[in-house]
Write a protein that binds this ligand. Structure first.
Ligand code: ADP
Ligand code: MG
Length: 649
């Protein structure tokens, strides 16, 4: 980790007490710092949440390391986070007796940003303060937020288990560099000293600090303490030891998920969510449950309001914070939820797993599998309730995370039906790009005798909406789902049916329309006749066949694939990914009632017939949003036609 740190430019010996060595911040860290200072003043108090959150993490880490090395804690097993201020000096200190950092750790952790995707994140910033603040929230700026209120920050830290002389002092004025020097520090842990900016002196104030702490840190399992003021009234919950030293605890100091649901307010849930997720925004919804019986665990799961900017990055850390018997074990335990629910944040606290559980063990442990199955159902249930009770909010969810949920049916066969009910699509019924139609809505509107749910996949909504393949459906008032997300073809290949009824791609195979009496002309006509045979001859092996269509009403022609063919969307995705795609030849379906076809039927000019056939084929390709093999030839053909139309006559 230390190798990622900034470059040293100091000349002094490292490790010598009292001589500071200078380091440059990593470029990304520098950019982020700049941002902190110049664009984040609308909600400045969050720096305290971030620093307390770090202190609490540091205590969690110490507890965890002490599982295998109890000497790290020794006799000092009263954990605390302490806040002190000096109004005159404009100084604010946040201290903890957690794990602390050694010199290398201080350089690496406070001089670089280790998170992947930093560069991408920074490139997304728009310069619009409001939007950027939301993005920064998703990214979780943490420590650097100290510079929102401080023009100088000093971190005095000593790693648990190391000697007092091996302490480290880190200092920075948030310019391009920071200094590190060795020092003797009496206790283990970390002290962050903020030299408040002139316009941030308001934070060196007892009342203000207590308010902010209560607002953001009630749910933290560690006592946050301040020195009791003479007229202080908060005395009930402080320990004797703290009272002796003049410290009193000002937060609830009980891990939120261990409290009973009825004791926790919505505001507390929201604050806790911000703590675990590093999100500025409130969660959309949550579910808090204690399970007793064969397995005992507590889960607190949140659905965020907004998708993170790197939702599609498969490497992106995901998962829950894992605790075992209240002891923090790891962040991002991804084994407790399937990939298609990767947007869920929260905590799982198990009473059954061993304290020394590792990621490897998690991967193969039956208890973890049971918990994952239960949590998956829990989330699907939560979403289903949201969809029923608050459809507007469910729509918000769908717009952010719908595409991820669409991975569900393929990944999680057991819950396919439950997931299917949560899916939303555009449709010919609403004729809106917004995906709002559920499969249940669709089924409730099915026509008499309709046995299948029809859908169409296209590159985008506009193409889908205008597809010639929809014509017969529009004419008969049969609803068709209009699918236009990249993943849809794949989704449908793993769905096949809903509510016992098959899903049918209108671009493929036999439509099997409910009996209709509206186009008797095409009813008894076979697949081949003189006209279609002539067109096929003209097109050669560009198509698998030519036949009369039952789908078309207004358009002269369209392309159709067989059930066994790969969907158009899927083929484009694979092609874009540079994969070899098996060549599938479409059938050309023609509308015999169309005047163009009627004219072609009697055409004796062979060359002209050839041209018109090619045009039909090319137009059908274009209508599906496809690209032509030889666009120039198409343009020439059309122009030749136009000229002959304008005519020399
Ligand atoms: P995050 O908390 O998301 O990792 P931060 O920017 O808040 O990011 O902190 C960066 C790193 O600095 C932490 O991961 C941790 O290693 C270290 N750190 C910050 N504050 C403390 C602290 N009080 N005690 C020990 N380490 C800390
Ligand atoms: Mg942090």
């Amino acid at each position: 980790k230390a190798t990622k740190a900034g470059t040293s430019s100091g000349k002094s010996d490292k490790g010598t007490a009292g001589t500071a060595q200078t380091f440059g911040f990593q470029t990304e860290a520098k950019q982020l710092l700049h941002l902190m200072i110049h664009s984040l003043y609308s909600n400045r108090e969050i720096f305290l949440r971030e620093l307390i959150s770090n202190a609490s993490d540091a205590i969690d880490k110490l507890r965890f390391e002490a599982l295998s090395d109890p000497a790290l804690i020794g006799d000092d097993n009263d954990f605390w986070i302490r806040i002190e201020f000096d109004k005159e000096a404009g100084r604010l200190t946040i201290a903890d007796n957690g794990i602390g950092m050694d010199r290398e750790e201080a350089i690496a952790n406070l001089g670089t940003i280790a998170k992947s995707g930093t560069a991408e994140f920074l490139s997304r910033l728009s310069g619009d303060q409001k939007k950027d603040a939301a993005l920064i929230g998703q990214f979780g700026v943490g420590f650097y937020s100290a510079f929102i209120v401080a023009d100088e920050v000093e971190v005095r830290t000593r790693r648990a288990g190391s000697a007092p002389e091996s302490g480290t002092i880190w200092r920075s004025k948030a310019e391009s560099d920071f200094t590190v020097e060795s020092a003797t520090i009496a206790g283990r842990g970390t002290e962050v000293v903020l030299h408040l900016k002139t316009d941030a002196k308001e934070f060196a104030d007892d009342f203000r600090l207590r308010n902010v702490v209560r607002k953001y840190s009630d749910h933290i399992g560690v006592p946050v303490q301040m020195r009791a003021e003479s007229d202080d009234d908060a005395t009930d919950d402080e320990s004797n030891a703290a009272k002796d030293a003049g410290w009193s605890t000002i937060n609830e100091a009980k891990a939120l998920w261990t409290r009973s649901r009825s004791d926790v307010s919505d505001d507390e849930y929201k604050a806790f969510y911000k703590h675990v997720s590093h999100d500025f925004e409130e969660p959309l919804t949550w579910s808090h449950n204690r399970v007793e019986g064969k397995l005992e665990y507590t889960s607190l799961l949140f659905v965020p309001k907004r998708a993170p900017f790197d939702l599609w990055n498969r490497e992106r850390p995901r998962g829950l914070k894992l605790y075992v018997q209240r002891v923090f074990i790891m962040d991002e335990a991804e084994q407790f939820l399937p990939l298609y629910l990767r947007f869920v944040k929260g905590v799982i606290d198990s009473n059954d797993l061993p304290l020394n559980v590792s990621r490897e063990i998690l991967q193969q442990d039956d208890r973890v599998t049971s918990i994952r199955n239960a949590l998956t159902k829990r989330v699907l249930d939560l979403l289903s309730k949201l969809a029923t009770n608050e459809p507007e909010r469910y729509n918000e969810f769908w717009d952010e995370f719908g595409e991820v949920l669409k991975e569900g049916p393929a990944e999680d066969f057991a819950n396919r039906d439950a997931i299917a009910k949560l899916l939303r699509f555009s449709s010919t019924h609403t004729m809106e790009a917004a995906q709002r139609v559920s499969l249940e809505d669709y089924v409730s509107r099915m026509k008499d005798g309709q046995k299948k749910l029809y859908y169409l996949c296209a590159e985008n909504f506009e193409t889908a909406k205008g597809s010639p393949q929809l014509e017969i459906f529009k004419k008969r008032g049969i609803e068709v789902l209009l699918l236009h997300d990249r993943i849809d073809d794949w989704l449908m290949s793993s769905m096949r049916d809903f509510d016992g009824k098959p899903l049918q791609d209108v671009m493929r195979g036999d439509l099997d329309l409910p009996p209709g009496d509206d186009d008797p002309k095409q009813k008894d006509e076979g697949d081949s006749d003189a006209l279609t045979a002539r067109i096929h001859e003209a097109l050669g092996d560009r198509v698998a066949g030519v036949r009369r269509s039952k789908r078309l009403v207004d358009s002269p022609a369209c392309l159709v694939f067989t059930e066994a063919d790969m969907g158009v969307q899927m083929r484009r995705i694979l092609e874009a990914a540079g994969q070899a795609v098996p060549e599938t030849k479409p059938h050309l379906e023609v509308n015999a009632t169309h005047p163009l076809l009627a004219r072609m039927d009697g055409l004796t000019d062979g060359a002209r017939f050839q041209e018109l056939s090619l045009l039909l084929f090319e137009q059908a390709q274009l209508a599906d949003g496809g690209t032509l093999k030889d666009p120039a030839a198409y343009v020439n053909r059309v122009n030749a036609l136009l000229l002959s139309l304008l005519g020399s006559e």
